[in-house]
Design a protein around this ligand. Structure first.
Ligand code: CAP
Ligand code: MG
Length: 413
């Protein structure tokens, strides 16, 4: 008989094997607990231990215990044996490494900051089908940021109004029309009508401008319904779908990834509700880990913030983007999306901070232009042209009136 006790899960001499999933946690132990005691409880509860010492016949047990193997201030590394995980099941992995431990009394707070994903685990997942290559494969934006816009107000526009705003935006130089996160299939703008009218508008603009355009239509729904909506997008000639990945859940995202591969559709991941996990800097799950999970599950784009230039709180956008586009056992890189309070006056700084392999998404910063959506779209495209040419926005604006008006309205920071 062997004992499984909390102490069995702490070994500060232990060197994790390449095959193990190593998680970095920031931990604040409970008042009556040492860091060692808290760390061993985290390793235990997230693998095969519990609060009571167990007495198990070794011959009947696969040893799946995790090891808390390094403590540095509040940073704790925990190594997980790959056999603990079901291949290709993101819910199962998260139930281990971001499950019960987030609510344990042994810690005052705990945040999953980062993961080192081994090939043994990554190999169970497909990764993105297109990722960064959408810019050249599906659009004509290979040498510059992809431009997207979301009509505002985010809900309430009729189908006709929504499609005609999209048409103006595409004509002004936007590549992707995007639905907002809470626009799905409501009575004021039903899904199928919006899909068909918007794609008809897209086709007209493509014909007139000779530039490929597409539509990030929000298919978010209960999973079976969502898969049917994906089929409809393919049937009507769309090239992309948008999914609210956090509110849908990762199991649904995995199903979406499969179905999108059947049709050659790319997946735009919106992250509404991510802040419930990542906004507190001492508790929850970091956006870095959420982005990693999204890449493994196979989204092609994901929102990662604006490096502090927009309206929302952001966590280390450059670092997250570097992970999404860096090497990961051959998985395709994900195209990061900068969005939230962006307008033409900040595009030069945004490109300085994040480079050109991004989607720039602006809602208010296009449709709030005093001369309307067409002018707003032109202004955004002009700001990108200026930044790509290394010209100051104010200089470029002297013979680009739409940009000039945008800079007067919102300033050039
Ligand atoms: C942007 C947006 C996006 C946010 C989400 C909005 O609109 O459509 O949902 O970007 O945040 O409704 O706020 P604006 P994030 O361009 O008008 O701000 O990208 O950080 O996930
Ligand atoms: Mg939105």
């Amino acid at each position: 008989m062997t004992g499984i006790e909390y102490d069995d899960f702490l070994d500060l001499e232990y060197q994790p094997a390449e095959t193990e999933l190593v998680c970095e946690f920031a931990i604040e132990p409970a008042a009556d607990m040492t860091m060692e005691a808290a760390a061993s409880r985290v390793a235990s509860e997230s693998s095969n231990g519990t609060w009571a010492a167990l007495h198990v016949d070794e011959s009947e047990l696969t040893d799946l215990g995790a090891v808390a193997c390094d403590i540095d201030g509040s940073d704790v590394l925990v190594a997980y044996p790959p056999e603990l995980f079901e291949a290709g099941s993101m819910p199962q992995i998260l139930s281990c490494i971001a499950g019960n431990i987030l609510g344990m009394k042994a810690v005052d707070s705990i945040r999953l900051e980062d993961c080192r994903w081994p090939e043994t685990v990554v190999g169970g997942f497909p990764g993105p089908q297109f990722g960064t290559s959408v810019a050249g494969e599906k659009l004509d934006a290979e040498d510059r940021p992809v431009l997207a816009t979301v009509p505002k107000p985010k809900v309430g526009l009729s189908t006709d109004a929504h499609a005609s705003i999209g048409e103006a935006a595409w004509r002004g130089g936007i590549d992707l029309l995007k639905d907002d996160e809470n626009l799905t299939d409501q009575a004021f703008n039903p899904f199928v009508d919006r899909l068909t009218e918007s794609l008809a508008a897209r086709d007209r603009v493509q014909e007139d401008t000779g530039e490929r355009k597409d539509y990030l239509v929000n298919v978010t729904a209960e999973t079976t319904e969502m898969l049917e909506r994906i089929d409809l997008v393919a049937e009507h000639g769309g090239g992309f779908v948008m999914v609210d990945v956090i509110t849908c859940g990762w199991a649904a995202v995995q199903s979406v990834r499969d179905r999108c591969e059947d049709h050659g559709l790319a997946i735009h991941a919106h992250r509404a509700m991510h802040a419930a996990f990542d906004r507190l800097d001492h508790h929850g799950v970091s956006m870095r880990v959420i982005a990693q999970v999204a890449r493994l599950c196979g989204v092609d784009h994901i929102h990662t913030g604006t490096a502090g230039l927009g309206k929302l709180e952001n966590e280390d956008t450059p670092g997250i983007n570097a992970w999404l586009t860096g090497e990961c056992y051959g998985l395709n890189p994900v195209l990061p999306v900068a969005s939230g309070g962006l307008h033409p006056g900040v595009i030069d700084q945004l490109i300085d901070a994040l480079g050109t392999d991004i989607i720039v998404q602006a809602g208010g910063g296009v449709h709030g232009h005093p001369d309307g959506t067409l002018a707003g779209a032109k202004a955004l495209r002009q700001s990108v042209e200026a930044a790509m040419a290394g010209e100051a926005l104010a200089d470029y604006a002297t013979d680009h009136p739409e940009l000039a008006t945008a800079l007067e309205t919102w300033g050039a920071e």
